[in-house]
Design a protein around this ligand. Structure first.
Ligand code: AMP
Length: 280
């Protein structure tokens, strides 16, 4: 396994690598959710490339960029065990050199939910993913459904800009109690950790009323809010979104012929948790 810090070397190694090449972009602090992507990419491709880059441009000024968990040596060990060939781990100034001034601005797919709660977030995500795609020219790239709107933004960018990458979406990996694996879970206190599965229970309650025939988004949303409202350690509900799973367009009624995503973002103490379910 080779660890590469410069864009030029990564590009050269990817250009010379056996195809197909699968790319798994990450911000490190790897857990089983990340590794499920890595394993699928390993199985599907001749060359497995992963990136570890805590992308400053996708964090807002009051967000946790400086405090984002970092465990680089352990991450490398895990990637080596999973059979990664190339690990791209550039310093920020390699990706954003002095004078960097070109951005990818996603459209309406990035407007609501995370886009609204975190202005500029998806511009940072789309730009760094476009750069990673250009540097590595992957045949396939792997993303988790955990960040459902992120996948939608990347799929739309990939289609709109003819990037030609096969975008593979992997299911959300969860703890036994339903809490979606996330690098940020490490910051939950024991009490908050106990409260956090309310997010998944809220999603399941919403899914349940939908399965029983409810199609009114307001009433589906209320089922989720009821669960979240009962959990005193859930300090704020940023949103419960009922949206078209592809376009992220908010829905008043759920259609029968297109997948729907229910997405939740809450704050539990200092930690912001997001999760979603797709109804098909
Ligand atoms: P991150 O390091 O948070 O940027 O995540 C890197 C990739 O792993 C993204 O495509 C995430 O959606 C994915 N990921 C994060 N958590 C999970 C999870 N619990 N299950 C599946 N994929 C995940």
């Amino acid at each position: 396994m080779k660890v590469i810090e410069t864009c030029a070397e990564m590009a050269a190694l990817c250009a010379a690598a056996q195809r197909p090449l699968g790319l798994v972009p990450t911000m490190g602090a790897l857990h089983d959710g990340h590794l499920s992507l890595v394993r699928q990419a390993r199985a599907d491709n001749e060359t497995l490339a992963a990136s570890i880059f805590v992308n400053p441009s996708q964090f807002g000024p009051n967000e946790d960029f400086a405090k984002y968990p970092r465990s680089f040596e352990r991450d490398l060990q895990l990637l080596e065990e999973e059979g990664a060939d190339l690990v791209f781990a550039p310093p920020p100034e390699e990706v954003y050199p002095e004078g960097f001034d070109t951005w990818i601005e996603p459209g309406s797919v990035a407007e609501g939910m995370e886009g609204e709660a975190r202005p500029g977030h998806f511009r940072g995500v789309a730009t760094v993913v476009a750069k990673l795609f250009t540097i590595t020219r992957p045949d396939r790239a792997y993303f988790g459904q955990k960040d459902g709107q992120q996948v939608a933004v990347i799929r739309k960018m990939n289609a709109d800009l003819n990037l030609g990458v096969e975008v593979v979406t992997m299911p959300t990996m969860r703890e036994p109690d339903g809490l979606a694996l996330s690098s940020r879970n490490a910051y939950l206190t024991p009490d908050e950790r106990e409260a956090a599965p309310a997010v998944y229970r809220a999603l399941c309650a919403a899914e349940d009323v939908w399965r029983r025939g409810e199609r009114d988004a307001g009433r589906i949303r209320r089922a989720a809010h009821n669960i979240l409202g009962r959990e005193t350690l859930v300090d704020a509900v940023d949103y419960v979104g009922i949206v078209d799973a592809e376009t992220m367009r908010p829905l008043a009624t759920t259609p029968e012929d297109r997948p729907v995503m229910i997405a939740v973002a809450v704050r539990v103490g200092a930690v912001r948790l997001i999760d979603n379910l797709v109804l098909e």
